[in-house]
Write a protein that binds this ligand. Structure first.
Ligand code: ZN
Length: 262
């Protein structure tokens, strides 16, 4: 049996991270280089929600440029990794086995929450990837359960890459701020709170994050935080390492976490 693969959570930041968030991109590259080579990748992004968790059967996932008003260079980028339809079916079977209704999409590609960090982590785009959706109206507990159900994939050579945001309040964002600007204090405080909970393996505390200081403000809508619960669920008892690239635009914490596996 293959060794247990790590689990990765990435804060993907603004869609233009590949153009501007150089420290974060360098961090993603470093994470990718340190990982054992996966057989396939299950990517979860904040930018795909469906009625039930849904995995893509795409054989050659298209690169989805799901953003507006960014430099043309970003729209020219492609991430031509092969798809992983067998992994999609395996993921859905694991979810069904855990009593979680899940579905398959015939050809959904990779949105920027997936392809932007993968472009840095696996620049050769030679590892097959399928994307799994979030569950629309599913809360943190439902996504933690999805992650738990998918944990066996780690023993099958599959790398789970969950991509969202530790903080995602546009009122905290200063588009004029460079990477050396001091972070928005509430964003920094909440990012540290999350880090402490993850290091402690305190899933219960995390699930109640909206009661934590700045928790509800950090996520006026919840979809960017939900991938973290899938990662934490799949991590089971591993303790993560925290990477802390500079905040983007003062308000977007760019923290990444890697649960190391074995
Ligand atoms: Zn996003």
């Amino acid at each position: 049996m293959a060794a247990r693969m790590p689990v990765v959570f990435i804060s993907h930041g603004s869609p233009d991270a590949l153009l501007h968030a150089h420290d974060a991109v360098a961090c993603w590259s470093e994470i990718g280089r340190a990982l054992p080579g996966p057989a396939a990748i299950l990517a979860v992004s904040a930018h795909w929600e469906a009625r039930t968790p849904t995995a893509s059967l795409a054989g050659a996932p298209v690169t989805i440029h799901d953003f507006y008003g960014f430099p043309q260079a970003l729209y020219r980028m492609r991430y031509p990794a092969p798809g992983a339809p067998a992994l999609a079916e395996r993921a859905v079977a694991l979810l069904a086995g855990a009593g979680i209704a899940a579905g398959l999409h015939p050809d959904r590609g990779l949105d920027h929450g997936a392809w932007v960090p993968l472009s840095a982590m696996f620049p050769d785009a030679d590892v097959p990837v399928t994307q799994l959706s979030l569950q629309h109206h599913g809360g943190p507990a439902a996504h933690l359960a999805v992650g738990r159900a998918l944990a066996p994939l780690r023993d099958e050579g599959v790398l789970i890459v969950a991509s969202g945001a530790i903080t995602h309040n546009f009122d905290w964002i200063d588009r004029a701020a460079g990477s050396s600007a001091s972070p928005w204090p509430a964003a920094a405080a909440f990012a540290d709170w999350v880090g402490e909970r993850l290091m402690a393996g305190d899933d219960g505390g995390l699930l109640d994050y909206r009661s934590a200081p700045h928790g509800a403000d950090a996520h006026p809508t919840e979809e960017h935080f939900l991938p973290l619960f899938i990662a934490a669920g799949a991590a089971i008892d591993d303790t993560p390492g925290r990477y802390r690239p500079p905040f983007a635009y003062r308000g977007l914490a760019m923290d990444a976490y890697v649960w190391p596996g074995a």
